[in-house]
Design a protein around this ligand. Structure first.
Ligand code: URA
Length: 211
């Protein structure tokens, strides 16, 4: 499993405004969208392409195009939906699936409650969208679920993460797994409620105005 914390002043600038409790929901949505596009640019460095012959107005040329099957983008409901447009802006031809995850408050185990995905993900490159990598429970189960269905290359894109979450996913999927996590920033840790500190609060609430 590889971890990539994007180090870029525009990412840091947008994250700072997202963190600010004074930032209202419309601004939060717009900034999250812009931030995802920047993170997606980094996250898709390994997207598969094949050679493609075209002709320019001047001469024949060899370029590239995305391979089949198309990349699959999977936002995790609810907050991952706020990242979808920022991602598909960069790969408009990507297919989109949805995964709803819920945590049992007694066992603290995450499980899927909704799934609109192709049945067979064999050989698919999958981009999972989930804004906050906190304890990592949800993301670990989501990645394992996708890999059990055949995905052979999974990248998770998160606005913010904490070391506990990264380590949880690493343990769950294994060091050698073809999994990449791309973060806009890594915070020091979690509080007793499982919130990232300093974080930005509840991403879903801030995106959808439930504060
Ligand atoms: N989910 C959130 O929305 N925020 C956190 O800080 C942790 C999990």
């Amino acid at each position: 499993m590889r971890l990539h914390v994007v180090d870029h002043p525009l990412v840091a600038h947008k994250l700072t405004t997202l963190r600010n409790r004074e930032t209202d929901s419309p601004t939060f949505r717009r900034l999250a969208d812009e931030l995802v596009t920047l993170l997606a640019y980094e996250a898709t460095r390994g997207v598969r392409v094949v050679e493609h012959e075209i002709s320019t107005p001047v001469a024949p040329a060899t370029g590239v195009k995305l391979t089949q099957p198309k990349p699959l983008v999977v936002p995790i409901l609810r907050a991952g939906l706020g990242m979808l447009e920022g991602m598909t802006r960069l790969i408009p031809t990507a297919e989109v699936g949805f995964l709803g995850m819920i945590r049992n408050e007694e066992t603290l185990e995450a499980s899927t409650y909704a799934n609109r995905l192709p049945d067979d993900l064999t050989g698919r490159q999958v981009y999972v969208l989930d804004p906050m990598l906190a304890t990592g429970g949800t993301l670990a189960v989501a990645i394992q679920y996708l890999m059990e269905r055949g995905a052979d290359d999974v990248t998770a894109i998160c606005l913010l993460g904490a070391p506990e979450g990264v380590e949880h996913v690493r343990k769950a999927v294994g060091e050698e797994a073809p999994v990449q996590i791309v973060l806009g920033g890594m915070d020091p840790g979690l509080n007793e409620l499982g919130y990232i500190v300093p974080g930005l609060g509840d991403a879903g609430d801030r995106l959808y105005g439930v504060v």
